[in-house]
Design a protein around this ligand. Sequence first.
Ligand SMILES: Nc1ncnc2c1ncn2[C@@H]1O[C@H](COP(=O)(O)OP(=O)(O)O)[C@@H](O)[C@H]1O
Ligand SMILES: [Mg+2]
Length: 266
Amino acid sequence: MQEDLKAPEERGKEVSEGAGSEELVKMEGIHKWFGEVHALKGVDFSINRGTTVGLIGDNGAGKSTLIKILAGLIERDRGRIYYQGEEVEIESVRESQQLGIETVFQEQAIVDPLSVARNIFLGREKVHSFGFGKIMNDRKMLEETEELMEDLNLNIASPDQEAEFCSGGERQGVAIARAMFFDADVLILDEPMRALSVSGKEKVEEYIKKARDQGTGIIYITHDLHRVYPVADRFVFLSRGEKEMDIRKEDCSQDELSKLYRRGEE
Ligand SMILES: Nc1ncnc2c1ncn2[C@@H]1O[C@H](COP(=O)(O)OP(=O)(O)O)[C@@H](O)[C@H]1O
Ligand SMILES: [Mg+2]
């Protein structure tokens, strides 16, 4: 049910007045403990409209934890979150989506017995409304899924195929397609490409560039500097729960970045 999300025409209207200027998200002094593990130690993070931030760092650095807080999957222990300048509490994935944040998680929740199309519209199904009630508009969901699959070059046999018959790459494709469909203000991709083919990765990166140019703020988490460098405008480097570096691409070549990255890993 998209009606209670923001209308697409309301989004991005500031873009023509200067893409990249408006701050979409600001996280301040974020702390998170998992029992004894201090996973985030006062991290500041922000993202503007029309920019792609590469969020990098070694395993266990806290990247997924940080974005899960933004996505409403877990709650922070300390710190503040602002969305378009206003302080917010994000207590569920749904609340995050209602703000305009879409996330492709590392471990993606795809529901096996449902079709590809129903997975894409999960929780936001298209319905026909009648005087007496509502029924699912499967035809509309199938059509829109088919278009999306085509746009993304996803070779899934059919949008009404059950998700359990999809390969790892196809499932990841479905998750990415779902995030893309809703035209978010903020798109978070947490190591989204592991299971994708090279052409699948290129498609997703093309999409990232397009979405960014239309004003979306994109947080792209990956180990692969070689893939993220060309698409990102800024790099935020986390190490052991702390932000080590926040640098614009024009201030850092790919070589320099990979040296800094390796130094941080030692
Ligand atoms: N649900 C959890 N329960 C306990 N510890 C967790 C949980 N999630 C993450 N951690 C710990 O928090 C730290 C940061 O993890 P994570 O954010 O997944 O790192 P990254 O995504 O950068 O690899 C790690 O030490 C990890 O083991
Ligand atoms: Mg992670």
